[in-house]
Design a protein around this ligand. Structure first.
Ligand code: SF4
Ligand code: SF4
Length: 369
């Protein structure tokens, strides 16, 4: 019987040295918030892991998520993992097109039924029977349901796939919904962000390969290791926030001195993501470090949640409505999804809270007295 190719085989074939591999395992272990004592176990598991079959579907999106992933710098964990998986279908990247591309997807589905990972980016339009986004003559709704049926788990990459994102924003002309609105019987991991951080995507894949199960998730279905803390919790400008030192414009002395960007609209206090710790571009920097407030891109309804440059305006829609992707049985049709989307937006609008800088300062003073 032919030996199944493992991730270790792949890495050796690609000339990755043992030393580099162990270094990347250490980064992965730390990224997964595991103690250093787990590094040997992660290394052993990753080395022996069967080369996983992955089907990657892109729906209603801007390709930013895929750009984020494929433009990461070498040699990083993300391109290491992504070059080592068996990416059996990705309609933007693959050389095949037309019927050959669809045949590759169908072959992978048959061969690895119940075992492949499905990665989805983009939201799914449901209005008018889903006609606003089709591929190979089929609506995204049909393709998603068919491919998800044989998947071991679904990774919703980006805020569009996780929570609807920009296509979902008011007035949502295509009736866009996130993956979890349509798929109810599979584990779904939401890797939100617009775009998501590449190392977070691969951290999730590495966890799945290492432990054979999906990582612990927060209430919004996001991996807790990466979304467990807010940007504000880990922001290096936090001491200025605590002292009430806020930049008032992008070119004042406060901005030049690196003061807190809260009054310029920073949504860090209500945004959960790993930007302040893993950072971007291979750990070089992240938006706040470059002088721009966090927009809250990894949260539901971030686009409708208030002005980007208005001091903390953020939806507080009940998180339960987004969570537990596999909890409720029975998928509803497009019309029902559209109605659910409208209800969610109405709830988000009702519960939209605005906290002004003056209120914050007042609270601070009350706390000190
Ligand atoms: S810049 Fe944003 S995240 Fe950082 S301390 Fe200020 S409000 Fe918090
Ligand atoms: S800093 Fe905020 S807006 Fe920017 S990428 Fe991170 S979560 Fe998204």
């Amino acid at each position: 019987m032919k030996k199944q190719t493992t991730l270790g085989d792949q890495l050796r074939q690609r000339g990755i040295s043992r030393r580099t591999f162990l270094k990347l395992c250490a980064i992965t272990t730390s990224a997964m918030a595991l103690p250093p004592t787990m590094i040997p176990r992660v290394a052993r598991a990753l080395e022996k892991a069967p080369r996983p079959s992955v089907i990657y579907l892109s729906f209603q999106e801007c390709t930013g998520c895929l750009e984020s992933l494929t433009r990461s710098h070498a040699p990083t964990l993300e391109n290491l993992i992504f070059n080592s998986i068996s990416l059996d279908y990705q309609d933007t990247l693959q050389a095949a097109s037309g019927t050959a591309a669809e045949a590759a997807r169908e072959t992978a589905m048959k061969q690895f039924y119940g075992k492949y990972l499905l990665i989805v980016d983009g939201s799914i339009p449901t209005k008018d029977n889903g006609v606003y986004s089709t591929s190979a003559g089929r609506t995204n709704v049909d393709t998603l349901k068919e491919v998800a049926a044989g998947a071991a788990a679904v990774v919703a990459v980006g805020t569009c796939a996780s929570f609807g994102g920009i296509p979902y924003a008011n007035p949502n002309p295509t009736g866009a919904v996130p993956v979890s609105d349509l798929i109810k019987d599979k584990p779904i991991i939401n890797v939100s962000g617009c775009p998501p951080i590449p190392v977070v995507i691969t951290g999730v894949l590495a966890h799945y390969l290492t432990f054979g199960e999906i990582p612990a998730l927060d209430r919004l279905g996001r991996p807790a290791a990466f979304y467990g803390e807010s940007i504000h919790d880990r922001c290096y400008r936090r001491p200025f926030y605590d002292q009430g030192k806020f930049a008032k414009s992008f070119d004042d002395d406060g901005a030049r001195n690196g003061w807190c960007l809260f009054e310029l609209g920073c949504k860090g206090p209500t945004t959960h993501n790993a930007c302040a710790t893993t950072k971007w571009n291979g750990g070089v920097s992240f938006p706040i470090e470059s002088g721009h407030p966090c927009l809250g891109c990894s949260e539901p309804n971030f686009w409708d949640g208030g002005g980007f440059y208005r001091a903390l305006s953020q939806t507080t829609a009940p998180v339960g409505m987004w969570a537990g992707a596999a909890a409720v049985a029975g998928a509803a049709g497009g019309a029902a999804m559209g109605a659910a989307g409208r209800r969610k937006r109405a709830a988000a609008k009702r519960e939209h809270h605005v906290v002004t800088a003056e209120e914050l300062k007042k609270k601070g003073k009350e706390g000190q007295s």
